[in-house]
Design a protein around this ligand. Structure first.
Ligand code: NAD
Length: 463
């Protein structure tokens, strides 16, 4: 058991205020293999004070120098990509290839994108007789989930630093080791002390202390809608800025002109990747009645290409596994038909769930409405395009979506979807495109220039 000490506060690893620890469990073996300190409100207080003290200096640092530090962070993350990937595999369970390419690779791209953006970003603009200044909002509290442990941190910290903000990160308790590696990379990149601080701990203790701290100007949160709602309410009460990236129940709509095999394979792949622990997974596939059975058969074939333990990892925890299995059982109880997978564990050891495909799902069923966050995909029938649109938009969420069909028809349909991102005919993920939700999927956008704007105030000077 590896014991990790200390919190990264004010540019150094400092002893934690308390003696509590959090065990880190390998989801493939079910064995704890490390511990990190469980932070207390006093740790958050020390981190926020360090950030407050560092903020004016960092805000006044010229953008070119901020860009140089972000480029150094990108390089530090790139240099440790193997170690980061191995850590994500150990604490999240991601298969090595996915861990390397996505979990360790994407943050390098995102950190680099903000170093580049600072070369051209205009922090001043003219509006008639005014000059509008864009200024950093101040100290940012970043609260992140475990599903993409490093990406979620970098997607908040890199734009906040680019804007000139100082940050306190409270990473998910399931994946604190990746967050500690991130802190080491920040250190190597040579940021001034206090500009970035990382405090590990439990959500309702350290997370809550960060949200409630008077020294924090903005909270950027990614996680469940339930917690996001509470954070939004607390931030509203204190008139603090808040960005919320929450859950999803995204629709993949297969229109009559679509390449069916490609559309089904693309949708199923989106749900199986990261074992379905993706807020933008295409978990509801909508197919016209005439091609429905063919689509379901293709989906069963596609799911069979994801043997547990090889292409698809375990879920992050026993609790998450149990939650997903309970949804599968509920789907069966409500009358949906299993065509692949099911509630039985595919392996004896590890928090694995079999890649599961449900047919005969109707829009009112629980598995068509609630986010499952596991490798479970639901196939629904639609009568015509209007029906498809009603079903696609008929959940409380609006994070992402996909449309497959003749290009013009697909774009016209995508325009009518209530979602922050829609992929047309398998369009690739774009790390510069704004990411975020309509409706209960959240408030605000991450990534690219839109992600940077979240961390800026505007001030108008009149002449
Ligand atoms: P969660 O909401 O339980 O936890 C997320 C983070 O919030 C963790 O760091 C946790 O410690 C912290 N937290 C928990 N309670 C808190 C409180 N009372 N005050 C302050 N912080 C608190 O979510 P989870 O189970 O870790 O993650 C899964 C969920 O996150 C899914 O619902 C998923 O859709 C969502 N998610 C959304 C996105 C997105 O970009 N929209 C990305 C990833 C995950």
């Amino acid at each position: 058991m590896k014991v990790h000490d200390g919190m990264y506060i004010d540019g150094a690893w400092r002893p934690a205020a308390g003696t509590g620890t959090i065990a880190v469990v390998n989801p493939a073996t079910e064995e704890p293999f490390a511990t990190v300190p469980a932070g207390e409100p006093a740790d958050i207080d020390a981190a926020v004070r360090a950030a407050r003290a560092a903020f004016p200096g960092w805000a006044a640092t010229p953008p070119a120098e901020r860009a140089a530090r972000l480029a150094a962070l990108r390089d530090a993350l790139a240099a440790r990509q193997d170690e980061i990937a191995a850590t994500v595999t150990a604490e999240l369970g991601a298969p090595p290839k996915l861990a390397h390419a996505v979990h360790a690779g994407l943050p390098v791209t995102v950190a680099g994108s903000y170093a580049d953006l600072l070369g051209t970003y205009a922090f001043e603009e003219k509006v008639g007789n005014s000059t509008v200044l864009l200024e950093p909002v101040g100290v940012v509290g970043a609260i992140t989930p475990w599903n993409y442990p490093l990406h979620q941190i970098v997607a908040k910290v890199a734009p906040a630093l680019a804007a000139g903000c100082a940050v306190v990160v409270k990473p998910a308790e399931e994946t604190p080791l990746t967050a500690r590696l991130f802190a080491e990379c920040v250190h190597e990149a040579g940021f001034p002390a206090g500009v970035v601080n990382v405090v590990t701990g439990l959500g309702h203790v350290t997370g809550q202390a960060l949200v409630e701290h008077d020294g924090v100007d903005m909270i950027s949160f990614t996680g469940s809608t339930a917690v996001g709602r509470r954070i939004g309410a607390a931030a509203g009460g204190a008139v603090k800025r808040v960005a919320l990236e929450l859950g999803g129940k995204s629709a993949s709509v297969i229109l009559p002109g679509a390449d069916l095999a490609k559309a089904v394979a693309g949708s199923v792949a989106s749900v199986m990747s990261n074992s379905g622990q993706r807020c933008n997974a295409l978990t509801r596939v909508l197919v016209g009645a005439d091609r429905y059975e063919e689509a379901v058969a293709l989906a069963a074939e596609a799911a069979a290409k994801y043997p547990a333990g090889d292409r698809i990892g375990p879920l992050v925890s026993a609790a998450q596994r149990d939650r997903v299995v309970a949804y599968i059982e509920k789907g069966i109880a409500e009358g949906a038909r299993i065509v692949a997978g099911g509630p039985r564990p595919p392996l004896e050891r590890g928090f694995y769930v079999a890649p599961t495909v449900f047919a005969d799902v109707t829009p009112g069923m629980t598995i068509a409405q609630e986010e499952i966050f596991g490798p479970v995909v639901a196939f629904l029938r639609y009568e015509d395009e209007e029906d498809a649109l009603r079903i696609a938009n008929g959940t409380e969420y609006g994070l992402a979506g996909a449309v497959w069909g003749e290009p013009e028809a697909a774009v016209a349909f995508a325009r009518r979807m209530e979602a922050g991102q829609v992929d047309v005919n398998g369009g690739r993920f774009n790390p510069l495109a704004p990411f975020g939700g309509y409706k209960q999927s959240g408030v605000g956008r991450e990534l690219g220039a839109h992600g940077l704007a979240e961390y800026l105030h505007t001030k108008s000077l009149q002449f």
